[in-house]
Design a protein around this ligand. Sequence first.
Ligand code: NAP
Ligand code: G4F
Length: 337
Amino acid sequence: MKRAFVTGITGQDGSYLTELLLAKGYEVHGLVRRSSTFNRGRIEPLYLNAKGEKVPLYLHYGDLSDSGNLFALLRKIDPQEVYNLGAQSHVKVSFETPEYTSDVNAIGTVRLLEAIRQLDLDARFYQASSSELYGKTSALKQDESTPFHPRSPYGFAKLMAYWATVNYRESYGMFASNGILFNHESPRRGEGFVTRKITISLARILAGLDKELRLGNLDAKRDWGFAGDFTELIWRILQHKEADDFVIATGETHSVREFLQEAFSYKGLDWQKYVKIDPAYMRPAEVDYLCGDSAKAQRLLGWTPKVKFKELVRMMVDADIKELQSKPMARQISPNP
Ligand code: NAP
Ligand code: G4F
């Protein structure tokens, strides 16, 4: 049985990847942070299989800022595959926490790579790189050779992690690969990201709980895919015959305004009656436009994105309406960055 170590297992991608790895017969070990509030909601449904039996899923306390902890865990688990999905993943928050974001997202990656190297583990390493690396780009489509120009502490920390991964591959012959993933969303998306903020708010407006939705820049364009599709690729990147870097994207781009239009019109509402622009949600520097070219991944990894924009929006709207109906008292909306 193959053993995988997953950082960020409690996040959106961690939960989809864990589901996939368990279905493929892996023993999965996940890094979890101690928290005063419950942070395992996304993976809790995975603890038992369809027959009600316990699955080989093991959680270990730790943190990407703690080298000793990462060394001890990697020595004990001795995984064949390491997926580094853990990160302070919110771009706007990174402007307020640049040092912490750099420590976790950049140095955290070096800590893992260095632990694998020093322990001489025979482990393949996946780094969750991001289309935020392209930042202020003028390329109409961004691929593996497009120059990087990050626009936030999140972006520059992920840039260092990207190059650390390439360097450990080139310097030490490690199997270390980057997936440069464009935005991917799902009903499990964190509530502070714009797509989920919109679909939660729409559900609340429909239920009569809210009257308005406060947002920042509606002109930004993103290449939004489905997280369930993209995590399949994360796994395939580590099964490829050699370590390499791959763009994962749908190749379609839409503005935040178009997302609003699609979501609200699906439920027969005019978004313009509800949305207020609030400078609190603007960023010191913005990434205006992203649209990925994943031809290399499609060619070498045999993949095409399945879920399209409209289907994704509707899936998220329907899921949030259903969740609100099933737990009407549970949803106290939190301040959204
Ligand atoms: P997410 O839902 O925000 O999950 C982030 C995960 O990282 C959570 O499990 C979180 O734990 C964990 N984490 C945060 N700080 C940590 C620390 N100091 N030590 C250990 N773990 C820590 O993010 P996601 O959307 O699943 O994204 C997964 C990865 O892909 C991230 O690295 C992200 O930057 C990158 N990425 C995401 C996208 C996207 O569109 N989703 C696109 C490109 C790249 P808690 O649950 O305890 O907070
Ligand atoms: O949903 P967002 O916060 O995602 P962003 O900044 O694109 O970052 C996400 O995708 C990256 C991949 O490109 C990941 F690496 C990263 O970890 C994260 O998952 O914002 C999308 C756009 C931005 O232009 C933002 O300015 O929506 C705009 N926006 C407008 N109003 C807002 C809001 N974003 C948020 N979060 N909240 C708003 O109220």
